[in-house]
Design a protein around this ligand. Structure first.
Ligand SMILES: C[S@@+](CC[C@H](N)C(=O)[O-])C[C@H]1O[C@@H](n2cnc3c(N)ncnc32)[C@H](O)[C@@H]1O
Length: 298
């Protein structure tokens, strides 16, 4: 199944302020948002897309032939190293993974079909999930599962994973999901018992929260005054990091300096906590946790 873009109309309506401007889709995926951007800008407008996943780049090369479109195999945390990314009118971030990642078991993200212990978004990255499991211990793993998965049973799960892995009982993603399931005593109603742990491992392994913060920090510098940054998050950790990235800067002076503390506001909030409509939620189950925020450079 091809990926269904989330909050498509809403995000592009906020993003495009000038049809002949320069836009960046920092998370191309399968190009759902990029397609809509290209339909909304004129021939003088420009779209640069990025993705860390080589499969997304191949998809773009086959399906996006427009002269005003280009794509780079790069992480948005390195957006400042791309010459054409400067002075953009709008940058879109649609964080996380595409449905296509889960649908392809060979990438190691799926707990429904057996795949290797991989979970890398960028296959140029040397460290796979397997490498991590070889060197990790129960304490480190529990902290990761708790922090990035908000999983209350993180300790039980981490001990079960480390013990079973050492005993040679985890060699693919189904084995891993089964170990997680068996170690849990409380079962969520609507999701697979391994969902939170898989999410945590993926976020940790791909350094997702750190990259999000770096990508937003650099984008804030690259965007034009009046330009907008649109962020679509899928869990509270992402959304919190987005909010913090745009919080006004506070400068406080020591008592002996006769100056009032200052608040420096570089961005104004254009929209916050936008959620998918009822009809989108019905059409696309994956959209249920999406939250969009939009910021404009002052
Ligand atoms: C939710 S999908 C985007 C879907 C896209 N908006 C669409 O409509 O098809 C997120 C994409 O971001 C990519 N990605 C994840 N981390 C990244 C990073 N640090 N830099 C660039 N791309 C990243 C993933 O490979 C994935 O293709």
């Amino acid at each position: 199944m091809l990926h269904s873009p989330v909050l498509l109309e809403e995000s592009i309506d906020f993003l495009i302020t000038n049809p002949s401007g320069k836009y960046i889709d920092a998370t191309f995926g399968r190009g759902g948002h990029s397609r809509k951007i290209l339909e909304s800008i004129s021939k003088d407008g420009e779209l640069l897309a990025l993705d860390k996943d080589i499969e997304a780049i191949r998809f773009a090369e086959e399906n996006f032939k427009e002269n005003n479109f280009s794509i780079q195999h790069a992480g948005f945390e390195d957006i400042d190293s791309i010459n054409t990314a400067k002075e953009a009118d709008g940058i879109l971030f649609d964080f996380g993974l595409c449905s296509t990642h889960y649908d392809n078991p060979s990438r190691g993200f799926s707990f429904n079909e057996a795949g290797p212990l991989d979970m890398r978004i960028d296959i140029r990255q040397p460290k796979k999930l397997e490498d991590f499991l070889q060197t990790s211990d129960a304490e480190e793993l529990a902290n990761i599962i708790y922090r990035y998965g908000d999983e209350k049973e993180s300790r039980k799960i981490s001990h079960a994973i480390i013990d079973s892995y050492k005993d040679g009982k985890i060699s693919n993603t189904i084995d891993l999901a089964e170990v997680i399931k068996k170690s849990k005593t409380r079962f969520p109603k609507k999701i697979h018992p391994a969902t939170k742990t898989f999410q945590a491992l993926r976020i940790y392994l791909n350094n997702e929260i750190n990259n999000l913060r770096i990508g937003l920090k650099k984008s804030k510098d690259l965007i034009k005054t009046g330009g907008r940054i649109v962020c679509i998050s899928f869990h509270s950790l992402e959304d919190r990091s987005v909010k913090q990235s745009f919080a006004p800067k506070k400068i406080s002076y020591p008592k002996e300096i006769p100056l009032n503390n200052e608040v420096i506001k570089e961005f104004k909030v254009v929209a916050k906590k936008i959620k998918p409509s009822a009809s989108e939620l019905q059409r696309n189950k994956r959209s249920r946790s999406a939250i969009m925020r939009v910021f404009e450079k002052i």
